[in-house]
Design a protein around this ligand. Structure first.
Ligand code: C2E
Ligand code: MG
Ligand code: MG
Ligand code: MG
Length: 278
């Protein structure tokens, strides 16, 4: 409906835009059906301790294989789900699945394994989010402290007072909150002081050119310094190569995610990783 509104006001109606709109509506319907018919999947990407590569938890990521049996790029799928509002029931479903899975993960020698779940702007602005999270914890029996919710800075900007009040209520449940893709939005290190959060995930754009880019190294080190003073955990995203592990640690960051440690995998594969490391 949102995109139709935009089309109304559009003076030049061209075939390319029309095709894109039809494609989007088709995608939206197919996604809705996949959700209703239980054909969506959740994959999990390991979260690693950089010093020794130990896996401390995982991030749940939506996966959808369409009618042509192709995995659709998740970023696009989430965009469609957000624009149509489908993200709300879909996100509730995913949270339930992921919490149930994590509640059954084995005990780990390094302490309780954490589960991270992404929450988009549309979910955050919806008044039922806190109740949905409480219900997912209750139904799964997952200890609230093991759940990390990841939000982007953009999501927090939309309606800042309401968003911040919601974060406070989530933290009252005992859940932890992290800012996702930190550094890509209207980031300000000073603003961290005012946000009720527990951690930061630094966008993979800062890691991509390491160790060769001294400016990225300096930015990461600055983020790590401020975050440590503010009592925030820091995770570096997008670590793909061994040399980047050392570079990120040299910046003072202790946790990371990326293809070097593991791609997002189905739950059974994640459990195999957990059992291997004990
Ligand atoms: P994100 O939360 O920042 O997730 C990290 C993305 O980076 C994932 O893409 C992951 O597969 C990818 N990635 C991880 N390690 C590497 C690496 O070393 N190199 C590169 N090039 N990429 C890496 P994915 O799964 O396609 O998800 C894209 C975005 O979609 C996510 O970004 C998140 O914002 C959103 N998303 C995914 N699942 C969900 C969900 O269940 N709910 C909501 N609301 N959003 C979701
Ligand atoms: Mg994330
Ligand atoms: Mg991210
Ligand atoms: Mg992202």
């Amino acid at each position: 409906a949102r995109s139709l509104g935009r089309l109304d006001r559009c003076e030049v109606f061209d075939a390319g835009r029309h095709r894109a709109l039809v494609e989007r509506m088709h995608l939206e319907r197919a996604l809705r059906e996949a959700h209703q018919e239980g054909r969506l999947h959740v994959h999990y990407q390991p979260l690693a301790r950089l010093a020794d590569g130990r896996i401390l938890g995982a991030e749940a990521l939506l996966r959808w294989r369409d009618d042509a049996n192709q995995w659709r790029p998740t970023g696009e799928v989430i965009d469609v789900a957000e624009a149509s509002g489908l993200i709300v029931p879909l996100g509730r479903w995913l949270l339930g699945v992921a919490c149930r899975a994590a509640a059954a993960w084995p005990p780990s020698a390094s302490g309780p394994l954490t589960l991270a779940v992404n929450i988009s702007a549309r979910q955050l602005e919806q008044p039922g989010l806190v109740a949905d999270v409480a219900a997912a914890l209750e139904a799964s029996g997952l200890a609230p402290g093991r759940l990390w919710l990841e939000l982007t800075e953009t999501a927090l900007l939309a309606d800042a007072p309401f968003a911040i009040a919601t974060l406070e209520r989530l933290r009252e449940l005992g859940v932890q909150v992290a800012l996702d893709d930190f550094g890509t939005g209207q980031s300000s290190l000073a603003r961290l002081r005012h946000l009720p959060i527990d951690g930061l995930k630094v966008d993979r754009g800062f890691v991509a050119d390491l160790p060769g880019d001294p400016l990225d190294m300096a930015i990461l080190a600055a983020i790590a310094t401020v975050a440590a003073k503010a009592g925030l955990k820091v995770v570096a995203e997008g670590i793909e190569r061994a040399e980047q592990v050392q570079a990120v640690m040299d910046c003072g960051i202790a946790l990371g995610q990326g293809y070097h440690f593991g791609r997002p995998v189905p739950e059974a594969e994640l459990r195999a990783i957990f059992s291997r490391q004990g």
